[in-house]
Design a protein around this ligand. Structure first.
Ligand code: ATP
Ligand code: MG
Length: 387
């Protein structure tokens, strides 16, 4: 185990913002990391500065936890030493030894590179590389390879302290959760919709989840709720509101009158209800797990007919992703195993409409009174808080 007294957290796009936004988002990110660490029982002290966050802790779990907080680009568990070349060299030699550089075993690391950065110190990066490199080379017997080394030793020398580390843990990226407006994510318990909600969370949006209870056509409340619990692992301790609205009566009516258009009309009803819930819950948009052409009903023509004249914004963050990309994400997020159990909706016709016409759908909606039905159903919503 490499000794660590601090974790260096890097963030990306935040640094491109104007001063006010940058400070605000840095504060949100730092707060989210602190919440996540507290939840895991990791004692720490946060410090912000120089376009980085420094998490002072010797707990080895801290790097992995910080890397999984939205907004983190990468994290490095590091050791702090004084900023003189003697101390830096000794620490680098020790670190290289702990990492197994030059060990005689077959699996041992045979080559290394020093990756120096400096600011406010009276020696150059080139000097750090040369002097520290010589010490590491003579103590380990390993060779220098700047292009493809077995071990990289990063040294960041500043006026008051120097950080030294070997690992750069890739972070989840995105923007800090809470830096963007809240979304109402339609969650079906299938593979796609929890991933779609997660993608918006990754871009900084807190989410409220809305599940349409369609029993007996589809029975996925349990899976949707468990997906919600998995998503709540990514919120740094914030709870997620989970709303259900029963829509089976409406599905029955739709499918008996317009069997081929069942999916399009059902989705239109969902959007009508969601638009109302969205405003009531203070959300800025609706999110779905649509992926273009993935199933017969998810075509550009249908999307146009379904969303026409809605008056709210609907986001489809998976629209251009392939199924394999979506399932890979579902595995990473922790929802795949839950969604796998979900059975498909039995109200879907054998030949669903793929080229819905806006005027026809609008007429059918009128005939069935879906607008009024949606308003009445929205009043039957129930809300639970998960996480
Ligand atoms: P998923 O894997 O998310 O279920 P899907 O590929 O099976 O998606 P559909 O069943 O056509 O596709 O649903 C498209 C989108 O509509 C879903 O991703 C979800 O956002 C929303 N949706 C579908 N059914 C429900 C439901 N019962 N409750 C809430 N949202 C739903
Ligand atoms: Mg589905």
């Amino acid at each position: 185990m490499i000794f660590q007294d601090v974790v260096l957290v890097r963030y990306g796009e935040i640094t491109l913002k104007d001063r006010w936004t940058r400070q605000n988002w840095e504060r949100i990110l730092s707060g989210n990391i602190a919440f996540s660490l507290n939840r895991a029982g990791v004692a720490h002290k946060m410090e912000r500065g120089e376009g980085r966050i420094f998490v002072h802790t010797s707990d080895p779990r801290a790097g992995g936890i910080a890397a999984n907080v939205f907004g983190t680009v990468s994290a490095s568990p590091a050791q702090t030493v004084g900023s003189d070349l003697g101390q830096i060299s000794r620490a680098a030699v020790e670190l290289a030894g702990r990492a197994g550089l030059g060990s005689p075993s077959q699996m041992g690391l045979k080559s290394f590179a020093i990756r120096p950065r400096r600011s406010g110190v009276p020696f150059s990066s080139e000097e750090i590389g040369r002097i520290v490199g010589q010490s590491v080379q003579s103590s380990s017997g390993a060779s220098v390879d700047l292009d493809c080394p077995d071990l990289e030793i990063f040294i960041e020398a500043r006026r008051d302290r120097t950080l030294i580390f070997t690992d750069v843990v890739k972070g989840v990226g995105g923007l800090p959760l809470g830096s963007q407006g809240k979304m109402l994510a339609l969650i079906s318990g299938g593979i796609d919709s929890p991933v779609a909600a997660w993608m918006m969370m990754k871009r900084g949006c807190p989410v409220t989840l809305l599940h349409f209870d369609s029993r007996p056509y589809a029975d996925a409340i349990n899976q949707s709720m468990r997906c919600g619990q998995a998503l709540a692992e990514w919120t740094s301790g914030r709870k997620i509101d989970f709303i259900t609205v029963p829509i089976s009566r409406a599905i029955e009516k739709i499918s008996s009158h317009y069997p081929r258009a069942t999916c399009v009309l059902c989705r239109r009803l969902m959007y009508r209800i969601a638009s109302q819930v969205m405003l009531e819950q203070g959300c800025q948009g609706i999110v779905t797990g649509y992926s273009l052409g993935q199933v017969a009903s998810q075509t550009a023509e249908n999307i146009l007919a379904e969303q026409s004249d809605l008056g709210v914004v609907v986001y489809h963050p998976l629209i251009a992703l392939d199924k394999t990309e979506i399932t890979d994400l579902a595995r990473k997020i922790g929802t795949y195993g839950i969604s796998e159990e979900t059975k498909s909706c039995t109200a879907v016709p054998s030949k669903p409409m793929t080229r819905a016409r806006r005027e026809e759908i609008a007429r059918a909606e009128e005939v069935l009174g879906l607008k009024e039905m949606g308003e009445a159903l929205a009043r039957e919503m129930t809300l639970t808080r998960i996480g």
